[in-house]
Ligand binder design. Structure first.
Ligand code: PHE
Length: 389
């Protein structure tokens, strides 16, 4: 290696380029087998060439040439550092297939691999890193299963926003402002909304039902849709509750839709999901947007209905809410549709009826897979998730 630092008399760009090109060539052709010697030679704090160059050139350069000199100096330094980078220093002496062939024929690894100039040799005796293919998350998988049952019945899928307005989440669903029914869904609201009209105030949707309204405003009957999605409530997390969870909503609106259609549809869906032995029963319930409303129970899938700890010895497990679409909901939809077409009567409750239902995905996934704590779904623990592969 050339030890002397050449003198630099002229500092115009072509002279600088020429001077640095010589140095760059020196770096490129330098022997890097002795990594430490190379490092000291160029980067040594007292006698390293970069240090000497900086002293000899940068200090004597006229002020107007300092910038051009500095840029080239930094490029040179980057080149030196590149020569020392692990990527460059890992040189595999022969092609990988060559190595393997050598290993196969001689039963030894090329001696080259252990030579000092290869600080990070490729060690083909190490086990390979196994890449497992990804799988759908168990909640997504359950959602797909439920949605697919309804797809087979001719339903399509719709989605809606998670940040929703008061109008879609509550008002149009017949939860008037200040009505106690709102308390059943402890709502997470978006801050600083008080300046807005109450119907426009934003919140995290507490259920997927607002998408019923969005769908009906956008399209006339007949409607058969399922709506999978994330919902939020101000619930404390415990083994069966989470402030963020998932629901699947269903909506069927057409002429002559009756409660028996609702019963038949859900009975079929429960049998498709849990097995054909499962029985369903409907209990009177209340939701502001359905009338009449019902809670659906299925015969306990753990004890077959005999009574066990899981079904609290009743033989039945409550699984979802449903009911016939309340005429007040059709009225809210019609009022919106008439803003665009004053003559609209697509949702005339004298001609049109419908049913809706909503189910919690976590609860169904927990039952299907015997999961005892809802938190497992969100923990990201591979030991849990891998079981669904
Ligand atoms: N949205 C209701 C809830 O979250 C469930 C439901 C949906 C009930 C549709 C009836 C009809 O509790």
């Amino acid at each position: 290696m050339n030890e002397a630092i050449p003198q630099l008399h002229t500092f115009d760009e072509p002279s600088l380029d020429a001077a640095f090109a010589t140095l760059a060539e020196e770096v490129r052709t330098a022997d890097t087998n002795d990594v430490e010697a190379f490092r000291l030679h160029w980067l040594g704090r007292k006698q390293g060439r970069l240090k000497l160059i900086s002293e000899a050139w940068l200090k004597s350069a006229p002020p107007e040439a300092k910038k051009a000199l500095g840029i080239r100096f930094n490029e040179l330094k980057a080149l030196v550092e590149y020569q020392l980078s692990p990527e460059r220093l890992v040189k595999v002496p022969v092609s990988e297939s060559g190595l393997i062939a050598e290993y196969a024929t001689q039963g030894t690894i090329s001696a080259n691999l252990h030579k000092k100039q290869h600080p990070y040799p490729l060690d083909i005796t190490l086990p390979g890193s196994l890449r497992t293919p990804g799988i759908p998350h168990p909640l997504l998988k359950t959602m797909h299963e439920i949605v697919s049952v309804f797809h087979h019945l001719g339903y399509s899928t719709n989605l809606g926003p998670q940040v929703e307005s008061d109008f879609y989440n509550f008002e149009a669903l017949n939860f008037p402002e200040n009505h106690p029914a709102r308390d059943t869904q402890d709502t997470l609201v978006i801050a600083n909304q008080h300046g807005r009209p109450s119907r426009d105030r934003l919140l995290m949707r507490t259920h997927t039902s607002p998408v019923q309204i969005r769908t009906m405003i956008a399209q006339a009957p007949p409607i058969r849709i399922v709506i999978p999605g994330k919902v939020h409530r101000n619930d404390a997390a415990d083994a069966t509750h989470s402030p963020i969870f998932h629901q699947i909503e269903g909506l069927c609106v057409d002429t002559n839709i009756t409660f028996s259609d609702l019963k038949g549809t859900l009975d079929h869906a429960m049998k498709a999901l849990f097995g054909s032995d499962v029985k369903t029963r409907f209990f009177p319930s209340f939701f502001p947007f359905t009338e009449p409303s019902a809670d659906v129970q299925i015969s306990c899938i753990f004890c077959g209905g005999k009574g066990c700890r899981k079904c609290k010895h009743s033989g039945w497990i409550e699984l979802l809410g449903c009911g016939m679409v309340d005429p007040a909901v059709f009225a809210a939809v019609t009022a919106e549709r008439r803003k665009l077409n004053p003559a609209d009567d697509a949702y005339d409750p004298e001609k049109i009826t419908g049913f809706a239902f909503g189910m919690g995905v976590e609860r169904i996934a927990m039952m299907l897979h015997g999961v005892s704590d809802i938190g497992h779904f969100y923990s990201g623990d591979m030991r849990f998730l891998e079981q669904f592969a």
